[in-house]
Design a protein around this ligand. Structure first.
Ligand code: BES
Ligand code: MN
Ligand code: MN
Length: 463
């Protein structure tokens, strides 16, 4: 393995240049305008895997964006690691808030990254992290040190809820068969205190439309006598939390699995600086569900947020109307026990029940995902923990994340495989935000840890 680690050192500059090339491709999955760029990114990833030494490298079409597949089967009797990642990215908007072009990667130093970080959309989520796997694989191939079989499945629809993947997994069960899924699309506590993600929240995402009068009305002639859908929608959204910031939907918490006192204690002991957290976000105070800490609120407890709200006149100047319609996008992060479809029913029924007669309300499901918890007594978790311990010279701690990767629960259901979430991003990387970045040290230590993961995993599976 030492040879592979050395290979990573020697070729670091070239790897960065190759990653930059991938980051320059605007593979924004949510916007049809970028369809060709999405395909270009898929081809680029495919070509890099082929150069790295993989076989059967393909860009496989789906009903939506393609999946890149590649593999290296060195011996049928050895265990197989299936690497999952995504080459699609979030839109760069609002572009004017970026210090440099989101699709022209630049290296800059920051307080947290004194050695420099790569600033570009997708640098941390997930092109940079996915690319660590391609390069770790290359290093092991070129130094003859790959100790087990590998399959790559890199998708292009993660940021839009992976709509084509359920069918893709069912149709390619044999092809994707393996022992464990390995994913780097989450984060670490810090480079000083490594952690491994042991849980992801699920999701129910809905769009709500409130309709009042059948057309926009003059707000002088009708103001005061006809309900304004924007006013009503705002009230409905405000009422979705009670005074203790509990989510105010009957039955919402019924199936929530309470976390054990032991796990809560472990969370309380993990390093977290609330003052630093507030400072970084420019807020004076934190907010959330009564009875839970900031870290608990954003990992082991469900949440509900309005992601966008619109309606009426929003152009420059004043226009005096009562709008006919108001719209909002609402997402709910779910925790183990909660079912996205049941929760979608609950919010729909609730909003229809409480909406007053003078408006009509429509609730449409956009996408969802099942929550995931990862056991820590498995060979794959131990391999990940051992690998981290060598790289960081410190034992990693298991921690649940608040983010979602809906496909992880599906991997378990359809392919009967558990996932290891070996992520190297930091919360401060600004994923989905302007000035997204990924530390150079994170990029490097990630590649090394991935190589070590294979070594430990193959070793543990042999026993
Ligand atoms: N990589 C993130 C999820 C993530 C980030 C998990 C950091 C844990 C730590 C992923 O690309 C993502 O953004 N997922 C979406 C899911 C959605 C589009 C269905 C999310 O969490 O909003
Ligand atoms: Mn991601
Ligand atoms: Mn993302």
């Amino acid at each position: 393995m030492q040879k592979a680690i050395q290979f990573l050192d020697t070729h670091n500059e070239r790897f960065l240049e190759e990653l930059f090339q991938l980051l320059r491709i605007k593979s924004v999955s949510t916007d049809d305008k970028y369809k060709d760029e999405v395909i270009k990114a898929a081809q680029e990833v495919r070509n890099r895997l082929e150069e790295a030494g993989a076989d059967h490298c393909e860009v496989m079409p789906t009903a939506g964006h393609p999946v890149v597949y590649a593999d290296k089967i060195i011996d049928e009797k050895l265990p197989t690691v299936v690497v999952y990642g995504h080459y699609d990215v979030q839109p760069a908007d609002p572009v004017e808030l970026w210090d440099t072009d989101p699709f022209d990667p630049q290296i800059r130093k920051t307080d947290i990254h004194p050695d420099g970080a790569i600033f570009a959309r997708g640098s941390a989520d997930d092109k940079g992290q996915m690319f660590m796997h391609v390069k770790a694989f290359e290093a092991m191939m070129k130094t003859n040190s790959l100790p087990c079989n590998v399959k790559f499945m890199i998708e292009g629809e993660e940021e839009v809820g992976s709509p084509s993947l359920p069918v893709f997994l069912t149709e390619n069960k044999e092809k994707l068969a393996g022992d464990v899924i390995l994913i780097s699309d989450t984060g670490l506590l810090s480079l000083e205190q490594p952690s491994i993600t042991t849980g992801l929240r699920g999701m129910s995402y809905v769009e709500v439309t409130v309709t009042g009068p059948n057309r926009d009305l003059h707000s002088g002639l009708y103001g005061g006598s006809v309900a304004n859908p924007i006013n009503i929608l705002s009230q409905l959204i405000a009422d979705l939390h009670d005074d203790d910031n509990h989510i105010n939907i009957p039955g919402f918490y019924d199936d929530v699995e309470e976390v054990s006192p032991d796990e809560r204690q472990a969370i309380a002991k993990s390093p977290f600086d609330e003052d630093q957290y507030k400072k970084e976000l420019g807020i004076e105070a934190v907010w959330g569900e009564k009875g839970y800490s900031t870290q608990e609120r954003s990992s082991i407890r469900p949440s509900l947020d309005c992601n966008g709200i619109w309606g009426g006149y929003t152009q420059p100047g004043a226009k005096t109307i009562i709008p006919s319609k108001a719209h909002a996008k609402i997402s709910m992060r779910l925790v183990p026990g909660q079912d996205p479809y049941a929760i979608t029913e609950l919010i729909g029924n609730h909003l229809r029940n409480v909406a007053p007669d003078y408006v009509k309300i429509e609730v449409n499901y956009l996408h969802g995902g099942i929550p995931y918890v990862c056991p820590i007594d498995t060979p794959e978790y131990k391999a990940a923990a051992n690998a981290m311990k060598v790289s960081f010279q410190k034992e990693p701690i298991p921690l649940r994340s608040g983010g979602s990767i809906p496909i992880v629960a599906l991997f378990e259901q359809t392919l009967k495989m558990k996932s290891v979430l070996l992520g190297f991003g930091l919360n401060s990387d600004a994923i989905h935000s302007p000035n997204e970045h990924f530390g150079l040290r994170n990029f490097k230590i990630g590649q090394e840890t991935i190589c070590r993961f294979y070594e430990h995993y193959a070793g543990l599976k042999k026993q």
